[in-house]
Write a protein that binds this ligand. Sequence first.
Ligand code: M6R
Length: 366
Amino acid sequence: EKAGFDHFMLKEIHEQPKAYRDTMSSRISADGASVTLNELSMTVEEIRKISRVHIVACGTAFHAGMVGKYVIEKLARIPVETDVASEYRYRSPIITKDTLVIVVSQSGETADTLAALREAKRCGAKVLAITNVVGSSVAREADDLITTWAGPEIAVASTKAYTSQLIAFYLFGLHLAQTLGTQTADEIKEVITAMKALPEQVEAILAQADALKVVAEDMAKHDNLFFIGRGLDYAVALEGSLKLKEISYIHSEAYAAGELKHGTLALIEEDVPVIALATQHELLEKTVSNIKEVKARGANVLGIAVEGEEELQKSVDSTFIIPKTLDVLSPALAVVPLQLLSYYASLARGNDVDKPRNLAKSVTVE
Ligand code: M6R
């Protein structure tokens, strides 16, 4: 059932190209010029009325939601707030009839996420669910549904569900942009063309797994490490850090790179590993200056960079290169090396990769 892989997690990491294709294919027009989300019941009129979006989820699904916020704001220019589901209900969120609440859940059974969905509906908002389990509670109770076709995810650490959630957000962001006219036809086509290249690009990253194994085995000797990044790279840094903690039990922190000097820099000392995500073209110069700040304090920096950005290599100790894509799509590639690093670090520490201590696959209690 593990199809020749040692663990479900590794199998699921390798299933991502297929999950991307399955989640995208039936929703992109044959000419690659538009997306078609036929499953949505919301009308053009209803979409025009959306004045704000709330994205609510837990854990890894919440991190997908952070990317979703960026995507929707960029493509559709609608203001988006993100909340961890266990906090949402208790902060008296301002939910009106023109609020679209998006809940994201792999299992569709997470108690906090389900409760947030019910609260949103009670307040009269429309709820769109992004879930991986057809017929789950979240899927049944939401007004609208985008199913991620990642297939069953068995490992506790979520991988292919997260990346499929990113694809769902790209599709929905494009759907909004098409309806609202916030992007030109050419801009929409450019994103779709780049999305179609993602599965093969993930395959190219997976082919370099051995190099990541070596890095992970060194990481596994440390008790503390840091992830830094700006913009979308910060959202990916949070996900990379969660994955690492969850299965390797190595303590790590993810920081918006510009925030380091407001406290965390005090923790950087000789030989501390720092994983610096630098995939955002527009922010590259700023990220490099933050990398220099940690280098100057002795950090050992692994840069995650995009093909063609050779400049960065001069400022870091080692680099992992991901294929070129649009800045907005880079999380769908940049997270993959981080998943592999966590997997190999967990293995090196002799942990039960698929069933980390203290955790359940689906959290059905508050
Ligand atoms: O099933 P859900 O997507 O609602 O689960 C949410 C979180 O419990 C889940 O993503 C958790 O953070 C993962 N174990 C992380 O790998």
